[in-house]
Design a protein around this ligand. Structure first.
Ligand code: HEC
Ligand code: HEC
Length: 164
């Protein structure tokens, strides 16, 4: 359940483009390599457990301080470019989490569990484990998503299968 709670941010098309780009340098690893030694193992859980959306972007729940301020002040020792990528990843997680909560959770109670039980990656294509469905196509007709949302949802479900 937790992974997809506490959500609240809109995602821009511009962000999406950056996200796809950034993916080539595997943004998950920024969190895993620089933050996980002190915080929870996965970025998704970190966002839902520790962060909250505010008018100034994502902030720490405990301190109320914007995450970007923390990071720019040297917490976690990231370069400016890594900070941008990580903040974008956090916002992506939060935005799609909200989408899942609004539109899917009523029937599929938890995105991480749902993905791991029902879906599988075949040649990097997100597929129904037992139905052999192409999920990207299926979601154009299922769950009342527009095409853009469907694409994001595929990405987030895929990521559930990629994190170990
Ligand atoms: C050497 C240990 C350590 C590392 C590495 C580290 N942190 Fe932290 N971080 C802490 C501690 C300790 C706190 C304060 C206690 C808490 O809130 O968990 C904290 C607090 C935070 C907070 C504020 C939470 C709040 O509720 O206000 C954020 C945001 C944060 N860290 C993000 C990160 C990110 C992102 C990274 C990786 C780039 C990172 N930290 C790396 C130890 C670390
Ligand atoms: C009203 C209930 C309901 C809602 C809301 C709903 N689903 Fe479903 N979903 C189902 C049912 C029932 C099935 C199984 C249908 C089947 O296999 O023919 C299913 C199947 C799926 C599958 C295919 C699984 C497989 O094994 O092939 C995916 C992927 C999926 N849903 C994702 C989503 C996403 C993402 C959302 C939100 C955007 C969503 N669903 C919203 C009821 C729902």
């Amino acid at each position: 359940m937790k992974q997809f709670f506490h959500i609240g941010i809109a995602i821009s098309v511009a962000f999406w483009a950056v996200f796809l780009n950034a993916q080539q340098s595997d943004p998950h690893l920024i969190y895993e390599e620089n933050c996980a030694e002190c915080h929870v193992p996965h970025a998704g859980d970190f966002v839902s457990d520790k962060l909250v959306a505010t008018d100034d972007g994502l902030a720490g729940k405990a301190s109320g301080r914007p995450v970007i301020d923390y990071l720019k002040a040297g917490h976690g020792k990231l370069s400016d470019q890594e900070i941008d990528v990580l903040i974008e990843q956090f916002e992506f997680i939060q935005g799609t989490g909200r989408l899942f909560k609004e539109k899917c959770i009523i029937c599929h109670d938890n995105a991480a569990k749902f993905a791991r039980l029902k879906l599988i990656l075949r040649d990097d294509i997100l597929t129904g484990r037992y139905t052999d469905r192409d999920v990207a196509e299926f979601l154009l007709q299922h769950g009342r998503l527009d095409a853009f949302e469907a694409q994001k949802m595929v990405e987030v479900l895929k990521r559930q299968l990629q994190v170990r």
